[in-house]
Design a protein around this ligand. Sequence first.
Ligand SMILES: [Zn+2]
Length: 267
Amino acid sequence: MRAVAIVLGWLLFATIAHAVSLISVKDEIAMGRDAQQQVRKTIPVLTDSEVTGYVGRLGRTLAARATGPQYPYSFSVANNRDLNAFALPGGPVWIHRGILHAAANESQVAGVLAHEIAHIAQRHAADQITKQLVANGFLGLLGAVLGNDPGGARTAQVGARILAGGYLLKFSRDDERDADRVGLEILRRSGWDPRGMADFMDVLRREQGRDPGAVDVFLSSHPAPAERAVVLHRLAAQHPGGRRDSGAFRSVKTRLSRLPPAPKSKR
Ligand SMILES: [Zn+2]
């Protein structure tokens, strides 16, 4: 009886989690704003206006081509030498300085930003939070029915924890593939060579061999670069052409090389 109830619960959960989002666009933006404040307290922020201005312009050009709700996109640079980038719910995008150092040209950086914008535009955070809320709600409910868990209290606790730790949300492998596919479209529609996104996977592989620690976080949250490269190269080959580099990116590279080096993150 207990097994049947659990199976039914999970079936119901799977159906609902894919059909609706319990989080509105407004909720998402508010959660992202809270998470952004937390991130700013924990991550060293690069404040050099030449670099941040450049990344902001690049990001806004790409975000203008994103489909989906009109999110208040923003772009910040972490003064950190790791190769990492992430998106918070409802608009904030972060790119680590290590990406700007490792990227060979502008289309590669634009590819990284486009992938993160796609996570936001496709509402992956809202989906993940919905899944967790529904899963925990159902588990609590089942526990209450079966008399072995004070369901309500735990559900509220879990909900609060999900919201508080919003920026640590893990996306699913499907979300990552979706962000690659949609991000590549955003990159292409914005006029960059979509091969930049595929080529950056090769940069990640190279860095993985040179300084494994610098790509640990990124690789733990994304499918293997080799696997992504195969798909991205195939998709990019369907739409060859577009901008690859710019004088502005070269200037930013020079500028970065003159700034004090970024600290390594604590690992
Ligand atoms: Zn991703």
